[in-house]
Design a protein around this ligand. Structure first.
Ligand code: MCA
Ligand code: AMP
Length: 527
């Protein structure tokens, strides 16, 4: 071993010997602490004001004080359903600094959905918008959890209490394998599973992506994604932080706003809907896009046609990558080199990808379709308190069975060609049919239902529900639509319900969704 100043592995880090890292909280140190005192803007907000790295870290420290003073300890869960704001992002940083496990929740979730996540995770603190505080107070009381409010404009009890705290906080010790976040993903049984992500999972992926995508402190990322999912929170934000770049931080996606701001940015990350909407915008052209060095797409398949149209319009080849909540990012098209339309590129450094036979688990040769499995430092620690589900998907040898079907071509590019799991991806949001079918089946007059995804020009896929009536009944489909509003988040609600006499089944009595998808492929036309 060389001295740390001359050793490439140790460059820039305080390391006494390899494997023995003197850093106390690797994720906080590598993402946040190294920016302490920097006056450089970290965020540019929609009103044009900026938040420097120093100010952001001061805010995070104040919140971290509040968390610990409220009794939260390392490893405790904090569930947050809050609108996108710089304070909401500082809450994430505060959790990392205080060693608290961050559990971000989609703002579209209903109270019923939230109750499940809060209860299942055993959250010790809930942070929500003031508008839903009353609805969540019952569960908070039952669990003995604190309840704080944070509104989109930064008002609410969280910041009221935090603002009087010191702007420096003694970072809580955490190890690389300690949990940093719990992100819920739905499941084929209809019961959501909490994916346990460690500090090391998040840090390794952020460092790999920043290097692969050649991020520098000069980059300005145009951030229009939500911050309660992997894409907006870990891919976009962590990569920016690890490279000391900055972000234009928009409260939500708005195509006119995006077109206006694109000339101020160097990178855009989005789901395919971002790119189809940009292509539909008359003012979006080569000139507007000329300052951008990298357009990234992920979370759902980008049609090869969109890739080609975008290249024709702007001269840019969108870089498509592939990831999951459980794994962060697995593959990416190359920054330098061919970005192959219709593929998700090559395995990231340190990540192994293989295609296996779903029956035997044997590795298949190139260009043969099978299930995609991944292994690497990015792969999660398992599902929260669900050892059987973890064992079913995460092999003892570390390979995670993704549920995606695909092949690896002769040049090593991964092609995703279908799903072994019953999943719909609408505008980048994942929807598990089983969860919706359970709600539909419980409606009066409904014998059974099947929920499928059908092609949608704007969202990629959209949800429809096929309803079989109980004998002699004719359920009111409009009433059913109304009844499900309180239970299911808006994005999960079927855009159409259609009555059918029966569902096609195979010899094993399993509903043949492929037949239904074909039969109803034109059931919903793009708005
Ligand atoms: C909004 N609505 C939706 C969706 N979004 N319905 C279905 N699918 C959606 N994705 C509802 C709204 O509630 C509204 O309901 C109606 O549809 C019209 O909304 P619209 O104004 O068109 O929507 P929008 O606000 O413009 O949002 C569309 C969007 C947004 C920009 C595509 O959904 C979005 O930001 N998606 C990104 C999701 C994401 O970050 N995914 C990453 C997950 P009403 O009819 O009542 O008005 S992480 C992941 O997948 C892995 C790890 C990965 O690889 O990244
Ligand atoms: P999530 O559960 O939100 O983490 O979504 C993960 C799923 O999104 C993956 O298992 C894939 O099915 C899908 N996905 C993510 N990125 C891509 C992509 N670039 N192309 C196709 N599917 C993708």
């Amino acid at each position: 071993h060389l001295t740390s100043s001359s050793c490439a592995l140790c460059a820039g880090r305080e390391i006494s010997s390899h494997g023995k890292d003197s850093m106390t909280n690797p994720l906080f140190d590598r993402l946040f602490a190294k920016h302490t005192g920097k006056s450089k803007p970290f965020l540019r907000l929609v009103d044009g004001t900026t938040v420097s790295y120093a100010a952001f870290l001061g805010l995070a420290a104040q919140i971290a004080h509040l968390l610990t003073q409220s009794g939260l300890q390392a490893g405790d869960r904090l569930a947050a359903q809050v609108q996108k704001s710089h304070e909401a992002l500082a809450l994430y940083a505060a959790c990392v600094q205080a060693g608290v496990v961050f559990l971000p929740l989609n703002v579209a979730y209903t109270t019923e959905e939230l109750n499940y996540f809060i209860e299942d995770s055993g959250a010790r603190m809930i942070v929500c918008d003031g508008k839903v505080a009353a609805a969540l107070s019952t569960i908070a009381t039952r669990l003995g959890a604190s309840l704080e409010t944070l509104n989109q404009d930064g008002t609410g009890t969280l910041m009221e209490s935090a603002r009087v705290m010191p702007e420096a906080f003694p970072t809580v010790d955490r190890l690389s394998e300690d949990l940093a976040a719990l992100l819920y993903t739905s499941g084929t049984t209809g019961r959501s599973k909490g994916a346990m992500l460690s500090q090391g999972n998040l840090l390794s992926n952020a460092e790999t992506l920043a290097k692969e995508w050649q991020f520098t402190p000069d980059d300005v990322l145009l951030h229009a994604l939500p911050i309660f999912h992997t894409h907006g929170l870990f891919v976009a934000t962590n990569v920016t932080l690890v490279s000391g770049a900055s972000m234009i931080f928009l409260p939500q996606f708005n195509v006119d706003q995006l077109v206006g701001l694109i000339p101020d940015a160097t990178v855009l990350m989005g789901v395919p809907t971002f790119y189809t909407r940009l292509l539909d915008h008359p003012q979006f052209d080569r000139h507007r896009a000329s300052g951008i060095r990298l357009f990234v797409s992920g979370s759902a398949p980008l049609l090869a046609e969109t890739h080609v149209q975008f290249a024709d319009r702007t001269g840019h080849h969108i870089l498509e990558r592939y990831g999951m909540t459980e794994t962060n990012m697995n593959t990416s098209n190359p920054y330098d080199g061919e970005r192959r339309a219709g593929t998700v590129g090559l395995p990231l450094p340190g990540v192994e990808v293989k295609v296996t036979d779903p029956e035997t688990g044997a590795t298949l040769p190139e260009n043969t379709v099978g299930q995609i499995e991944v292994r690497g430092p990015n792969v999660f620690k398992g599902y929260w308190q669900m050892p059987e589900k973890t064992a079913a998907e995460l092999r003892g040898n570390g390979f995670f069975i993704t549920g995606d079907l695909g092949k690896i071509d002769e040049d090593g590019y991964v092609h995703i060609l279908g799903r072994n799991k019953d999943l719909i991806i609408s505008g980048g949001y994942n929807i598990y049919p089983k969860e919706i079918e359970l709600v539909l089946d419980a409606q009066p007059g409904v014998l059974e239902s099947a929920v499928i995804g059908v092609p949608h020009r704007d969202l990629g896929e959209t949800v429809i529900g096929l309803i079989v009536a109980e004998p002699g009944q004719s359920p009111d489909l409009e009433q059913i639509m109304e009844a499900i509003q309180a239970t299911l988040a808006r994005f999960k609600q079927p855009r159409r319900l259609i009555g059918v006499p029966e569902l096609p089944r195979n010899a094993m009595a399993k509903v043949q969704k492929n037949i239904l998808r074909e039969q109803f492929k034109d059931a919903v036309h793009a708005v």
